[in-house]
Write a protein that binds this ligand. Structure first.
Ligand SMILES: [Zn+2]
Length: 153
């Protein structure tokens, strides 16, 4: 749980827009790490799911790494933030999982940027024996992006 800025309680709940709600004092406060997570998550989502996306395939890897380090920095329960983006194109957990699966298939060797991105994603999401979910939207869009990128090379 995030910490309430008013009474320091950890009995809180994540709302939309970087806001946490405190069950003890009833106040809401803004969590700055959450704010950064939402910002980077939105930049990635825009690049994957809209034609206005600013990032190319390589910059996207940087943003995914940044997103992972912010999630690690977040002091609250990450369970509460996985559903971030649930009314949009994909949720935070779908993005991390889809991206992880994408880079397991598309990395270009242990010295490559894509490999290190995969390892960092794997630090957030530990895959069990599950198979790739082909329906995962982030996975599909990253595959398309990689196709375009490597064809242009
Ligand atoms: Zn409080």
């Amino acid at each position: 749980m995030s910490i309430c800025k008013h009474c320091k309680s950890t009995n809180t709940n994540y709302l939309e827009k970087s806001t946490i709600e405190c069950y003890d004092c009833g106040e809401t406060s803004i969590d700055s790490v959450l704010k950064s997570i939402e910002r980077v998550f939105n930049v990635i989502n825009n690049s994957l799911f809209t034609i206005n996306g600013k990032l190319d395939y390589f910059r996207l890897m940087d943003c995914l790494e940044k997103l992972c380090s912010l999630i690690e920095e977040y002091e609250g329960e990450t369970e509460c933030i996985w559903s971030m983006g649930e009314y949009g194109d994909c949720t935070l957990d779908d993005l991390i999982i889809g991206a992880y699966w994408h880079f397991t298939e598309w990395h270009s060797g242990q010295a490559s940027k894509s490999y290190s991105t995969m390892c960092i994603l794997g630090g957030i999401y530990s895959p069990g024996c599950e198979d790739v979910d082909e329906e995962n939207a982030a996975y599909q869009m990253l595959n398309e992006m990689a196709n375009v990128y490597y064809e242009a090379c």
